[in-house]
Design a protein around this ligand. Structure first.
Ligand code: G6P
Length: 609
């Protein structure tokens, strides 16, 4: 998704802007650009289609230098990926502007600006903002009042940053529906859509609130809230290590992040030797909220949605309370029946996904008793706007296809099931068993990772295929769904998941020698039933890849390949099987030669609808 970096300093900032863009590359983008104001007050611009490396080449050929600048990575929404549509957009050869989000009323504004003589050089919605800003500044308005005037006129979601060659020290910015953070330096200030972009220059951040507008110079910050009052937002020191941007000897971030899971899971569990999960892990006031919970509504997108689907089995089994799970883009737009005592749980790696955030914001009066977010990014919008927070400790996830964030979300949900279960008849003995199983989780995942070479061998059979089916029963069905999602995201093989029992109600028609079928079949009580589904596949010439507990006693047979998984407590098997399927997709993608960490058309964090 789009990324913003801006700087105002007494030193030259082009390299800081480029480094910021490099750090945001993982989020997915198709073009990039930067604009600087030089010592003679000229506005200098480079825009390139493709990677930040292309922008670096342009900068190497024709260096643009300045102490004030803005930069951007774009993920196309309005207008194809091209250099012309890349940001910054300029107006009157003096103003440059970058924007994340979507301006919904861009068409009437464009018509109005055209009538006023403005020429449009791009197909983007963003270009209307820069011309509107120019209109105000040309009438003699100061930068911040001008920005405030124009945000009155635009509808939609935005994070904006702009510079003006005639006000060469200042960056102005505004946020509504898209994140922005100020990085505070010594005698210099920065701005970005994600603090990660600025960790090279500072560890002191001011997270802007919805509706905030900012004027910043190298030495001064002026922040106004949505009501127009001058405000001081707290400065926070972010001490988390910046190790994540380093590949650490792995070929891809995705592989690194898959291997980081034992550590990420242990950090998320945060358990010493104790066998008790404290309500307080979910935030201040969690106990009082949990006492009132009679049902759970999970809302999320993508991989995080799959975490919710797994959680439904745990919450209903261990707590005996109803749990519904829905993708946020559907949930937010339908009329919903109420259920007394429902806790809203949003799940999001980034904490910024537009639809999930909208679902949290759009709840009707009294619809939920409280909101809980399971998120991986502290200070993110979902974290700041939810009543209760569980922070997963996956560390920064760079690979677009989510791996360690997902498995840590599962841990969060299992912990939630334990604390809620306690209030709904979960016995102390069972609680102890569950916490014991959680204690074993990092080691079980480490043993699963040791199957890497075997999984790589299995993956070879997928490279020339165009489709794949994933089957699972019970709680392993959403695990199969997550396995299918990983395969399609990074290898571009069309993959679908079905509850194994549904096979004969449609997908069996697709099964032939060209359709590999992956079955997630731990040795649970459903294995016998699954075995007959597997026969259905085999007898139609399909090739089977069965991930099974080594104690289940399945053996390789003609057209049946068995991967013997480590024997682990049943309750944590959704995590271990997920890890095995992550490795399968990874190896297929690597052998196909796709861009594993930045798959085509996808973005790490989807901050527009
Ligand atoms: C994008 C990413 C997915 C992610 C989804 C939800 O589509 O490519 O990997 O699962 O957004 O993101 P979130 O940050 O809310 O978990």
């Amino acid at each position: 998704m789009c990324g913003i970096v801006a700087a105002t300093a007494r030193r030259e900032v082009s390299e800081i802007l480029l480094e910021g863009l490099r750090r945001l590359e993982y989020r997915g983008y198709d073009s990039a650009g930067l604009a600087l104001i030089d010592a003679e007050r000229n506005l200098l611009l480079h825009k390139r289609l493709g990677k930040v490396a292309e922008l670096e080449k342009a900068q190497a050929m024709t260096p643009h230098l300045g102490c004030v600048g803005i930069a951007h990575t774009r993920w196309a929404t309005h207008g194809e990926p091209s250099a012309a549509n890349a940001h910054p957009h300029i107006s009157g050869n003096r103003i440059a502007l970058v924007h994340n989000g979507i301006i919904e009323n861009h068409e009437p504004l464009r018509a109005e600006l055209r009538a006023a003589g403005y020429e449009f050089l791009s197909q983007t919605d963003t270009e209307v903002i820069v011309h509107l800003l120019h209109q105000q500044l040309a009438q003699g308005c100061e930068m911040l009042p001008a920005l405030k005037q124009i945000i009155e006129r635009i509808e939609g979601a935005y994070a904006i940053a702009a510079i003006d060659a005639e006000n060469p020290d200042t960056v102005v910015a505004a946020r509504s529906g898209s994140p922005l953070v100020i990085g505070v330096g010594i005698g210099e200030n920065f701005l970005a859509s994600d603090q990660l972009a600025l960790r090279q220059v500072t560890d002191r951040f001011i997270f802007l609130d919805e509706g905030d507008v900012v004027a910043m110079t190298a030495t001064g910050l002026h922040i106004e809230n949505a009501a127009g009052d001058l405000v001081e937002r707290p400065m926070q020191r972010v001490s988390e290590a910046v190790e994540a941007v380093d590949l650490g000897g792995f070929e891809h971030y995705m592989l690194k992040e898959i291997h980081e899971q034992p550590r990420a899971l242990a950090a998320t569990l945060g358990l010493g030797s104790e066998h008790h999960i404290d309500d307080a892990r979910f935030g201040e006031g969690a106990s009082a909220v949990f006492d009132k919970v009679r049902a759970v509504q999970v809302v999320a997108c993508g991989t995080s949605y799959h975490a919710g689907l797994v959680a439904r089995y745990w919450l209903e089994e261990l707590c005996g309370i109803p749990c519904s799970v829905e993708v946020a883009s559907e949930f937010r737009y339908r009329s919903r029946a109420r259920r007394e005592g429902t806790l809203l749980v949003t799940v999001s790696q980034s904490g910024e996904t537009a639809d999930t955030l909208a679902a949290l914001r759009d709840q009707s009066e009294g619809e939920f008793i409280a909101s809980l977010v399971i998120a991986n990014v502290d200070h993110s919008s979902l974290v700041r706007e939810s009543d209760l927070v569980f922070l997963t400790r996956a560390g920064t996830e760079i690979g677009v296809a989510s791996t360690k964030a997902f498995t840590t979300q599962l841990v969060a949900f299992l912990m939630l099931a334990v604390v809620l279960g306690r209030r709904h008849g979960l016995s102390e003995v069972r609680e102890r068993e569950l916490v014991d199983a959680l204690h074993q989780l990092p080691d079980c995942v480490a043993s699963t990772l040791q199957l890497d070479a075997d999984i790589k061998r299995l993956s070879e059979a997928f490279i020339l295929k165009h489709h794949a089916l994933f089957l699972g029963r019970g709680i392993q069905y959403p695990v199969a769904a997550e396995g299918a999602l990983k395969l399609k995201e990074i290898s571009y093989i069309h993959a679908e998941a079905y509850p194994a029992g549904e096979l004969k109600h449609g997908p069996l028609a697709l099964v032939d020698a060209d359709m590999p079928v992956v079955a997630v079949a731990p040795g649970d009580e459903l294995l016998e039933k699954l075995k007959s589904n597997l026969e259905e596949v085999r007898s139609r010439g399909g090739e089977l890849f069965v991930f099974a507990d080594r104690k289940a006693g399945l053996r390789d047979e003609p057209r049946v390949h068995v991967l013997n998984m480590p024997h682990c407590p049943a309750v944590i098997q959704p995590v271990t099987y997920t890890v095995a399927l992550q490795l399968l997709s990874y190896h297929v993608a690597v052998q196909k030669g796709t861009d594993v960490d930045k798959p085509r058309n996808l973005a790490k964090s989807v901050t527009v609808e």
